[in-house]
Structure formats: structure tokens, C-alpha cells
Design a protein around this ligand. Structure first.
Ligand code: NAP
Length: 344
């Protein structure tokens, strides 16, 4: 899709629900965008989505967000971010956006609760969700022994045997968390090296309750009486098949962007992330994006916060230009965006 021109639909500022900026999403990127837009006197509206707080809200302990040397829980951080955004005037609506229209300006945002808003600019912070393995038994036993969140479900596995699938930071961190409850945690990883950061790897290797099964993939999940009982496996080097009895399976094999609102309207990369330039602009002038919906590389709370800040500053600049009567469909915007894509 090429950069879209934005056409005015004639709705003036007097229109009842015309917003300067609507932030969609309530993770660290969203609340930071709200904070910065509020401090720029834009009176932003933030629509939370169904997963309030995003992925960080299901994180037990955050040790690497600067300013909190003692660490804090995901829900605590979300509440602090919300309070700070609201303190400066961000209005937070607990609602879910099910449609956005960006081929006219002001844009239109429709929600599950039946609200319809007009907005001069949008900041999309819809984040990502866990990737599924897509193997037999996975759908059937989700919630019946299969989980994608140790923080949420670990408690139910007190004294039990669990398997963790994956080799990244999430798998390592969540396996460590599970050792609080489970009697044994086995990590199945498809290679012979973790992708997880060194500090987490060291903690995994030092933990007596954790065993790592290298070069192993799950091929099916089995159960009985509505509960997981075993995982069928394959050795990725020898091809040998196996079966591991277990009480639970925790799956951490990456994330996929929450892009349901965007196909056909925005440029997406091959994995479905929104493509943005260095100013966090999407290909539609006036629409910005921040956090994991557009970040396939860093995916940290700290980077999402930085991107939320930058997207709000870009939106502020866009609205100033609009106010000053500058053309919205700046050819320069489109050119810069195209050049940034080529350079990326
Ligand atoms: P990730 O880094 O993408 O790791 C996914 C893991 O799952 C990889 O080890 C991958 O194997 C494995 N995998 C993928 N598809 C698989 C399949 N079909 N079958 C078996 N294994 C499969 O995802 P993540 O761990 O969720 O982390 C996402 C991002 O969040 C990362 O940037 C991470 O640094 C960040 N994060 C940070 C922290 C922290 O800083 N404390 C905590 C959690 C997450 P390969 O290694 O072979 O590709």
C-alpha cells in the first residue's frame, strides 16, 4: 500500500466527539503515549482494549525497567503508568476498538461498547499476543493443563511436574517462576543453545529443579479425563520420538502482533507488524504506532516506553502542523517514509 493522503470530511472541531488524539492500547507504549500527549495539552483519549495493561500485566517481576532497582510486578507498573498518564489529563476508557477508518480525516474509531469517535490523529499501541505451537492437542487442552502464562497459572501446579516449551527470555523467566510451585520443571528447546539473556540462562542452569532437554520439539499433547497427561516429542537431530509424562505444559515460543484492525489499511511487514519510520509514523499521515505492534527487534518495557513517548511527540508535531494550516498529505512525509523503508 502506498502512503495515503488524508482528506478532510468537513467535521469541524465543534463536532461532539472529535478528539485530538486517540491512543489505542494500554501497555507501556500506550500509557506513555497518553502521558506525553496529555502533557502537550492534547487531552488524549486512551482506549484500553480487552487485555488491560498488555503483556507486562501478566509479568510477575520486572527487574530491568530503570528506576525500580528493587523490581516491581507488572500490574504495579501498569497502575503507576496509568496513574501518571491520568494525572496529566489522559482519559482512560475501558473499551475495545473493533474498527478504525483511516481513508478520511478526521479518522473514525468505533468500539465494542458502541461508541464512535472522530480523531485528528491516532497512536496504535495494540501490542502482541503469545504464539501457538499449533500441534495436535494444543487447542483441546488449553486451560486444562496448557498455559501461556506462568504468573497466572503457576499456582495451580503446586508439587506437580511441568514442561516449558521455548528457549527465549520468556521461557527462561517463566520456568524460573514455576520452580516456586512445581516439583520439577523441564524445558524443551528445539536447539542446543538458549536465545535467552545470559543472566537468565545462568539462573536456569543453577536451579536444581530445572532440567533442560535440548534439541527437542513437542509434536502432540495428550490428555485423559480433560487434563494433560503427556507430551509426544521428537529429537531435532536424530529424529527419535519420545513421550514425556507431565501434569502441565507452559508454552513460550514467541509472540504475534495484534494487527486485526490493520490489514488492507496499513503497510505491514512479513510477520504482520506495522511498518513505521524513525518518527514512529505509519504510512498513513496522522497515524503513529509504538510498542510491540511495530517492534520486531527489542520488545522490552523500556523500549516500548521510549517508542510511546516518540510517537506522542510526533503526533503533537503533526497536530501543530495541522493547526498551522499545513497540508496534511505532505508529499514529503510520504517520500521520507518510503526512503526510511528502503534504508531499513
Ligand atoms: P523469543 O525471544 O522469540 O523466543 C521464542 C523461543 O521459542 C525461541 O527460543 C524459539 O526457538 C522458540 N520457538 C519458536 N517457535 C517454536 C516452535 N514452533 N517450536 C518450538 N520452539 C519454538 O520470544 P520470547 O521469549 O517470548 O521473548 C520475546 C521478546 O520479549 C524478546 O525480545 C525478549 O528479549 C523479550 N522478553 C524480555 C524479558 C526480560 O527482559 N526479562 C522477558 C520476557 C521477554 P529458537 O531460539 O530456536 O528460535
Amino acid at each position: 500500500m502506498s502512503a495515503t493522503s488524508v482528506h478532510s470530511n468537513g467535521a469541524g472541531d465543534a463536532a461532539a466527539n472529535l478528539e485530538n488524539v486517540i491512543v489505542i492500547g494500554s501497555g507501556p507504549a500506550g500509557f506513555t503515549a497518553g502521558l506525553y500527549a496529555a502533557r502537550a495539552n492534547l487531552n488524549p483519549l486512551l482506549i484500553t482494549g480487552n487485555d488491560y495493561g498488555g503483556q507486562v500485566s501478566i509479568t510477575y517481576d520486572i527487574e530491568n525497567y530503570p528506576g525500580f532497582p528493587e523490581s516491581l510486578s507488572g500490574p504495579e507498573l501498569v497502575e503507576k503508568m496509568k496513574a501518571q498518564a491520568e494525572k496529566f489529563g489522559t482519559r482512560v476508557e475501558f473499551d475495545y476498538v473493533n474498527e478504525i477508518v483511516v481513508d478520511l480525516h478526521p479518522f473514525v474509531v468505533r468500539t465494542a461498547n458502541g461508541a464512535e469517535y472522530r480523531a485528528k490523529s491516532l497512536i496504535l499501541c495494540t501490542g502482541a499476543r503469545p504464539r501457538y505451537l499449533e500441534i495436535p492437542g494444543e487447542k483441546e487442552y488449553t486451560g486444562k493443563g496448557i498455559s501461556y502464562c506462568a504468573t497466572c497459572d503457576g499456582f495451580f501446579f503446586r508439587g506437580k511436574d511441568v514442561l516449558v516449551i521455548g528457549g527465549g527470555d520468556s521461557a527462561a523467566e517463566e520456568a524460573l517462576f514455576l520452580t516456586r510451585y512445581a516439583s520439577r520443571v523441564r524445558i524443551l528447546h528445539r536447539r542446543d543453545k538458549f536465545r535467552a539473556s545470559k543472566i537468565l540462562q545462568d539462573r536456569v542452569f543453577a536451579n536444581d529443579k530445572i532440567e533442560v532437554l535440548w534439541n527437542t520439539i513437542p509434536t502432540a499433547i495428550e490428555g485423559e479425563g480433560g487434563k494433560v497427561t503427556a507430551v509426544r516429542t521428537q529429537d531435532t537431530v536424530t529424529g527419535a520420538e519420545g513421550r514425556l509424562e507431565t501434569d502441565g505444559v507452559f508454552i513460550f515460543v514467541g509472540h504475534i502482533p495484534n494487527n486485526d484492525l490493520y490489514p488492507g489499511k496499513f503497510d505491514l511487514d512479513e510477520d504482520g507488524h506495522l511498518i513505521t519510520d524513525r518518527k514512529l509514523r505509519t504510512n498513513v499521515p496522522g497515524v503513529f504506532a509504538a510498542g510491540e505492534i511495530q517492534d520486531k527487534v527489542f520488545k522490552q518495557v523500556a523500549t516500548s516506553v521510549g517508542q510511546g513517548c516518540a510517537a506522542a511527540m510526533s503526533a503533537t508535531r503533526f497536530l501543530e502542523d495541522l493547526e498551522a494550516g499545513h497540508r496534511v498529505d505532505l508529499a514529503e512525509d510520504a517520500r521520507e517514509f518510503a526512503m526510511a523503508r528502503v534504508a531499513a
